[in-house]
Design a protein around this ligand. Structure first.
Ligand code: HEC
Ligand code: HEC
Length: 385
């Protein structure tokens, strides 16, 4: 009797409602919708990069669940029950407004969309982990930042390509579901929430193993997300960028070049810039910053030996690449710097809290330890005058 209560039975004893999406399929779906929404939202904010990455990994774990689930002989959800027939797909697409064949599980359009989303989702996650490693020096591939960092923009483009394609398929999928709802009533959308479709069909029943697997993996992905959020130094997201103690590394540089402004890490400008700057200290942006000749040489050597050309940092690589004249002496005059800061209000730079563009440490609090991580960027709240 308990089983029967699941179905709506008509007078002649026919079932008009069938259970097609298991609890785990639906839980996976809702969890995926929420995480992917946050994934794209957080991608818009540099300082939320760590969260973007954590959620990206979680989406990867969820997609792995879906792939295995597709092979576990779960009726309607298994890939074997998908309809990849191109002729059916064409029929389905062309007859979307007319009456059409009723599909109990996934129709041809959603079958293709799901496989495309899984593939593009996994490729997005993998390419993302590569960008995170090569460009930021973070996460499991952080070692790539010291080896193939020159490929950072290549990986970035690949990541953007896959994520854009992923987003397009998601929108097509949502549009398809909404269109179907408008045209054919609440079938697909509601079924993804309550699991039932108003069709006469064989209802789904999970085996004990399938249930255990569902609890294990979906529960595991929630645990994974919580673990990642509470353990920011775990190997998957760990920061391999080492803080530099300039006071230890080069006390003279730190003492002399920090007295009037932010201590700019040497990797922010190329060798030629440092030479030019150090050879003209008596006329340094309108100030006289001149030093004794030996001290000047000592600092100049240090700057030249640690300049942008020898750094694997994203900022170094991109500033250098963006410079037309390789001896500009103001970081704030390079086109990379300008591009990255163009959305910031001039009012903020002029505010009492920031004062000048050159006052990097107002927003990059650990720049004087040689760090310029996205996650550490913070624009101070300015008092409105
Ligand atoms: C006497 C004060 C003083 C000292 C000492 C000094 N600077 Fe400067 N520096 C300035 C001023 C003023 C500016 C212009 C800031 C601005 O445009 O807002 C500047 C700007 C710079 C900039 C360009 C910042 C930008 O806008 O991108 C660099 C690079 C720089 N200094 C490097 C150095 C180095 C290296 C040393 C140590 C050898 C040094 N400075 C020591 C006063 C000083
Ligand atoms: C008013 C705050 C503010 C000041 C001052 C500021 N920045 Fe930034 N910076 C930001 C913000 C915000 C971003 C992120 C912009 C974005 O979303 O692309 C950023 C991005 C960057 C990036 C790119 C980060 C990356 O991914 O590598 C670099 C490099 C950088 N800043 C360097 C500097 C340097 C060097 C100075 C000083 C000469 C400076 N910034 C001054 C706010 C500031």
């Amino acid at each position: 009797m308990k089983e029967l209560s699941k179905y709506l039975i008509t007078e002649d004893g026919k079932m008009t409602k069938s259970y097609v999406w298991s609890f785990f399929t639906r839980l996976f779906h809702i969890f995926l919708v929420v995480t992917v929404a946050f994934l794209f939202l957080f991608a818009e904010f540099d300082n939320l990069l760590s969260y973007h990455v954590i959620i990206g990994y979680t989406v990867g774990v969820l997609f792995l669940f879906r792939i295995i689930w597709g092979f576990l002989d779960v009726k309607y959800s298994k890939f074997q029950d998908f309809n990849f027939n191109l002729y059916d797909l064409k029929e389905y697409m062309f007859n979307i407004f007319g009456s059409k064949k009723e599909y109990i599980g996934h129709n041809p359009a959603s079958s293709w969309a799901i496989v495309a989303m899984i593939t593009l989702g996994i490729l997005s996650v993998l390419s993302g982990v590569f960008v995170y490693g090569t460009q930021e020096g973070m996460g499991i591939f952080s070692f790539l930042n010291t080896t193939i960092f020159k490929k950072m923009e290549f990986f970035e483009e690949i990541h953007e390509f896959f994520t854009t394609a992923f987003m397009i398929v998601i929108f097509a999928h949502i549009a398809g579901v909404l269109l179907e709802r408008v045209l054919h009533g609440p079938k697909t959308l509601e079924s993804m929430i309550n699991g039932y479709k108003e069709v006469e069909a064989q209802s789904l029943k999970l085996t004990l193993f399938q249930k255990l697997f569902g609890v294990f993996w979906i529960g595991g992905s929630i645990f994974f997300l919580i673990y990642m959020l509470s353990h920011p130094t775990n190997i998957l997201i760990a920061d391999a960028n080492k803080a530099v103690d300039y006071q230890k590394e080069h006390p003279l540089f730190e003492n002399e070049c920090r007295s009037c402004h932010t201590l700019y890490p040497p990797y922010l400008l190329p060798k030629a810039s440092w030479v030019k700057l150090m050879d003209n200290l008596e006329n340094h942006f309108g100030d006289d910053a001149s030093l004794e000749a030996t001290d000047t040489v000592f600092i100049k050597d240090y700057l030249v030996n640690n300049a942008a050309e020898d750094s694997t940092k994203e900022a170094a690589f991109k500033i250098l690449k963006s410079m037309k004249e390789k001896d500009t002496i103001a970081i704030t005059k390079t086109s990379y710097w300008k591009r990255r800061h163009q959305e910031i209000d001039q009012e903020i730079f002029a505010s009492a809290e920031v004062k000048a563009k050159s006052n990097c440490k107002a927003c990059h609090n650990n720049i004087e330890q040689g760090l310029l991580n996205d996650k550490d960027i913070k624009i101070p709240d300015i008092a409105k005058g």
